[in-house]
Design a protein around this ligand. Structure first.
Ligand code: PMV
Length: 344
């Protein structure tokens, strides 16, 4: 029977504390990862759908912030076709999608985690409406988001997620699982100020970077290290141990970039300002005895991590480092509660 409707979801980005780097098969990770779900950096996606058993779909109209974006549309359509086996209603669907990011598109912030998880939430919601189901299946949303962008699988749960197989946590390579119940409260309201060092597109994409792990001579040791680091990080975060948290998280950030530097061909995504900011954060921590740490994504921007109790102290550091950020751009983010359904 023909059915139509609209859904709208807001979904956040996330920042990996232990990084996913290297994949195989269909977006399956070579090692497990664990992340903070963010809040301020998010995507809002609205989908108007017409489901008609006579339609041969999926058919797509796509706009980004109200404007046509053929390169994004192509990517989303390929994703919808790819997952139609898992969401069969898509084969008879006409979709009109608009997507909006809370952060500037050209800010150097990867939007794939928030955008792919927002679409995944919309699709799971639409499937539920058509099949007259009751609850949103977050695991299915995570699974679909992963097929769009691996790290997006971790954006659908509140506060923290683990993605990638670890027997101890009964986690999976196919979807992420929530993980925050035993974590000390100090980490559940953590801040992440994103210091924008460069707005230009990365010289080497994440897709190419993952592929280069296949012949990286340090790959096997790295995959084992990620397992150990998750284990040790969870122990530290359960105990409220900020020092160990900081040490593991900074090691992870630097290891990610060391792996890029050790790839064939080797490459560097860090900028001079990245190194300046890292040393300013580390010196401030030592001199002022303030628990403030950094992590990095696959790019030059810095995620500055600190507990809520350090907000006043860190504001002094923020004043000092703002001038190293492009146009003084700093996105003040913090641990968030995952996707939200929106009205209208
Ligand atoms: O989700 P992808 O394929 O863009 O990979 C992102 C990988 C990192 O952001 C570098 C690390 C991570 O775990 O998010």
């Amino acid at each position: 029977m023909k059915q139509s409707g609209s859904v709208k979801w807001k979904s956040p980005s996330n920042i990996a504390l232990v990084k996913y780097w290297g994949k195989y098969g269909k977006q399956l990770p070579r090692n497990p990862s664990i992340s903070f779900t963010l809040d301020a950096a998010h995507t809002i996606t609205s989908v108007d759908y017409i489901y008609d058993p006579e339609t041969v779909g999926p058919l797509l109209n796509f706009t980004f912030e109200g404007k046509s974006k053929p390169e994004f549309k192509k990517k989303i359509l390929a994703f919808l076709v790819d997952i139609a086996g898992e969401v069969p209603v898509l084969k008879h669907m006409q979709l009109t999608i608009d997507s909006w990011n809370s952060f500037p598109h050209s800010s150097g912030i990867a939007s794939s985690a928030s955008s792919m998880s927002a679409i995944a939430m919309c699709l799971v919601d639409i499937e539920r409406q058509i099949n007259k189901g009751s609850d949103i299946d977050l695991y299915k949303a995570s699974h679909l988001a992963r097929l769009g962008s691996g790290s997006a699988s971790r954006s659908v749960f509140p506060k923290m997620s683990i993605w990638g197989e670890m027997e101890k946590y009964k986690s999976s390579n196919k979807f992420a699982i929530p993980y925050h119940a035993k974590i000390d409260p100090i980490f559940q309201t953590f801040h992440d100020d994103i210091l924008i060092v460069s707005k230009t597109e990365k010289a080497v994409s994440s897709r190419a970077g993952h592929a280069l792990m296949e012949n990286n001579p340090y790959a096997a040791a790295r995959f084992q290290q990620a397992h150990d680091n998750i284990e040790n990080l969870i122990t530290a975060m359960t105990a409220g141990d900020l020092d160990t948290f900081g040490q593991i998280v900074e090691q992870e950030a630097l290891t990610l970039h060391a792996l890029m530097m050790a790839s064939s061909p080797p490459y560097i995504l860090l900028e001079p300002a990245t190194l300046t900011l890292i040393s300013k954060i580390q010196n401030f921590r030592k001199e002022q005895n303030v628990p403030v740490y950094f992590t990095l994504d696959a790019g030059p921007n810095i995620h500055m991590l600190y507990p809520h109790s350090a907000v006043a102290a860190v504001s002094v550091l923020l004043d000092e480092i703002k001038s190293y950020c492009v146009d003084g751009l700093i996105i003040s983010d913090r641990v968030g509660n995952g996707p939200d359904k929106m009205e209208g």
